[in-house]
Ligand binder design. Structure first.
Ligand code: IVH
Length: 678
């Protein structure tokens, strides 16, 4: 069926407009419209594509949410190999490089183009007729993996080049994919909460993310890409500087921190500047890349083995420092996990003074053979928390005592346990004051109930004075108002604020409430999945292990942890007390995964669906944070009409509501293996 002119034209205009806004946002860092206005454009495009699926091309801006599953990444050959760079940490070697370059070229002066060396994962991207065609990893330099489905989800990678920039029929560009330090830290926090293995640094998490099979997970990880090489020749582009300008003009994101240098001293100055400033960037860099700017000179210099003679990576000194281990403190987390923390002689390290570092667990200390008084090497990776990476044996004092890990909880004195298969020791006493405080802190934290005015110090005071022993006690605090006001640290104003903060938290959404309960392995992401599925705390409480494991994203370990939480009389009664106190835990705000078509929209299902039941359709909608209602009104966003749809369809038509058929509905869903079999 041919698509009428009007939606076709509107679709083209919208696509172009969105492309233009992406360019303003990602390339120029100068957006013209608000995020909400941008979302509205994207949504309109989604609607048009829902009605006219023929308009949905692989390079439409709607194709960012991912969803396709790649079982095995096909191998692709790089026609032009992806080389690596010679590297050095040493200023003298950079001067040697300059000497070699000038000698080989037989000239005195060379212009260099210097760029940041982004510490991520190299990516090669091919465009055909201006459209995204393929993205591949470096692999061994000759052959890499085709990771197109995952690369498509990277917002700063245009799926279509700007039409203002006439580009060759085939264009290949290369660049670096990075994850912002803040996103990396958040990802690791989430993984820690759900008991998953942590990534060592943002580069590893970027590499891991690009090789995920499910591209919708990739989409949520928010990767960024910056292009640094234009492959093949483009008329009038004869320098590295011009090639970056050209790529930028095409709509490709190029890192803005570059300099053209007329002397090697200027290059070294750029290196020094960024060695100092690197912590201020949102992503990791590990040095600078020095490139001969002129392409003809580059060609003349050529390559040696696997790297060009015209470029060198000038790396920053590792962020390491030496200091002395003064003592080891053993901390008790809210789940009872025992974590040893090194107290160090304060030492400056890349912009801050370090006096503590994590030692993870008993085995970590044993493997390092760490002793009190040892001189240690500490390192700062992508994480802000420094790590002890080595012991300087030669410096060990003769009488340095080995550390004996405690057998009893340092806070409550109960005997520590190390369950089989666990790396950590645990304090299993639920009444341990450290755990009590930790659980309440978690409950009140930003990602959970977000209670203003309830920070660590206030919690400590309230627990110490016996006002609260569980998070449920918070909702009865108001009866102690007078006593609170008479406490040293509280004035009547701060008590008011605290009580108001607690009152406000009663209306937090179900996913936050589930997260705040402190169920082991249930972090923010898992809490969202559970909220999207069960829609109420009582439904979650009533769930059987079988119901839980059947949910996408919930494994047996999480399932049994949830079951244990609700089987335990103490924890179950806490949940009931929250309910009785007026914590509503409503689920009709956004829960589940974000999806541009479903999230926050109201759907009506009508008529007979042929390929799924109504319940299945509802589950799909709710999984992505949409809502299903029974009748059509002005508030309805989309009507899904099956066969023999009657009055609801008529009403939707009268009200001008978007109506889609079953096929268009299915087309909105991320591809999944079940669907292929259906
Ligand atoms: S140019 C032949 N420029 O560093 C030159 N590389 O071994 C190819 N990198 O694999 C690389 N930032 O992934 C270049 N501004 C930049 C870079 C950069 C990061 C990475 C790249 C490459 C590695 C060097």
């Amino acid at each position: 069926m041919a698509v009428p002119d009007e939606p076709r034209t509107r679709h083209a205009t919208l696509s172009e407009e969105i492309l233009q806004h992406d360019y303003r946002y990602y390339v120029l860092a100068d957006p013209l419209i608000s995020d909400a206005a941008y979302d509205a454009l994207l949504r309109e495009l989604q609607d048009i594509e829902a009605e006219h699926p023929e308009l949905r091309t692989p390079h439409s801006p709607t194709q960012r949410v991912g969803g396709s599953i790649t079982r095995e990444f096909p191998t692709v050959a790089h026609d032009i190999p992806m080389l690596s760079l010679a590297n050095t940490y040493d200023e003298e070697e950079v001067r040697d490089f300059h000497r070699r370059v000038t000698e080989l070229l037989g000239i005195e002066q060379v212009r260099y183009h210097v760029e940041l060396k982004l510490d991520g994962v190299a990516l090669s991207v091919r465009y055909r007729d201006g459209n995204f065609d393929r993205a591949a990893t470096r692999g061994d330099g000759t052959e890499g993996d085709d990771i197109s489905a995952n690369a498509r989800t990277i917002r700063s990678l245009p799926l279509r080049l700007r039409t203002e920039a006439p580009s060759p029929a085939e264009l290949e560009v290369r660049g670096e994919v990075v994850m912002h330090k803040s996103d990396f830290a958040a990802l690791n926090r989430e993984r820690e909460e759900s008991g998953e293995k942590l990534f060592a640094n943002p580069r590893n998490s970027t590499a891991g993310t690009l090789k995920l099979q499910d591209s919708s997970v990739v989409a949520r990880r928010r990767l960024h890409v910056y292009m640094y090489s234009l492959i093949g020749s483009v008329p009038e582009v004869s320098t590295q500087h011009a090639s970056l300008e050209f790529m930028r003009h095409c709509g490709l994101a190029v890192n803005p921190h570059t300099r053209r240098c007329e002397s090697i001293d200027e290059v070294i100055d750029f290196w020094r500047t960024w060695q100092e400033k690197r912590d201020a960037l949102p992503y990791e860099i590990d040095g600078i890349v020095v490139k001969v700017d002129d392409f003809r000179q580059q060609e003349e210099l050529g390559n040696v083995a696997r790297s060009p003679r015209w470029a060198i990576a000038f790396k920053f000194a590792a962020r390491q420092a030496r200091t002395v281990l003064e003592r080891i403190e053993v901390q008790v987390g809210r789940m009872g996990t025992i974590t040893p923390v090194a107290h160090l002689q304060p030492v400056p390290l890349s912009g801050s003074t370090i006096s503590r570092a994590t030692l993870h667990n008993e085995d970590f200390i044993r493997e390092l053979d760490l002793r009190l008084g040892d001189t240690v090497i500490i390192e700062k990776g992508g994480d802000v928390i420094p790590k002890v990476t080595a012991v300087v044996r030669e410096e060990r004092p003769a009488d340095a005592p080995p550390f004996s890990f405690p057998t009893d909880c340092p806070v409550c004195g109960s005997v520590l346990q190390r369950p089989e298969g666990e790396a950590s020791w645990f304090c299993e006493n639920l009444r341990c004051p450290a755990q009590i405080r930790g659980r309440i802190e978690h409950f009140a934290s930003r990602g959970a109930m977000d209670i203003e005015g309830l920070g660590e110090a206030v919690i400590d005071a309230l627990v110490e004075q016996g006002f609260i022993a569980t998070y449920a006690d918070l909702y009865a605090l108001s009866v102690h108002r007078e006593k609170l006001e008479s406490l040293e640290r509280f004035g009547s104003k701060s008590v008011d604020n605290l009580l108001a903060g607690i009152e406000q938290s009663k209306s937090r959404t179900l996913d936050r409430v589930i997260h705040s309960l402190g169920i082991r392995y249930v972090g923010q992401t898992v809490a969202r999945i559970l909220a999207g599925h069960f829609r109420s705390l009582s439904a979650l409480e009533a769930a059987e292990e079988d119901d839980l494991v059947r949910i996408d994203g919930i494994g047996p370990r999480i399932a049994s942890s949830v079951i244990r939480f609700f089987q335990n009389d103490e924890t179950r009664s806490l949940v009931h007390r929250l309910h009785d106190a007026g914590v509503t835990a409503e689920s009709d705000t956004v829960v589940g995964e974000d999806h541009p078509f479903f999230t926050n929209r109201i759907f009506v299902l009508t008529g007979t669906l042929a390929q799924m039941t109504r319940d299945e359709a509802r589950a799909h909608i709710e999984r992505f944070g949409g809502k299903v209602t029974g009748s059509v009104s002005k508030k309805t966003d989309v009507v899904v009409a099956g066969d023999a749809a009657g009055s609801k369809l008529d009403k939707a038509q009268r009200l001008g509501i978007t109506i889609i058929d079953e096929d268009s509905f299915l087309a909105q869903l991320p591809e999944s293996p079940q669907q292929e079999n259906a």
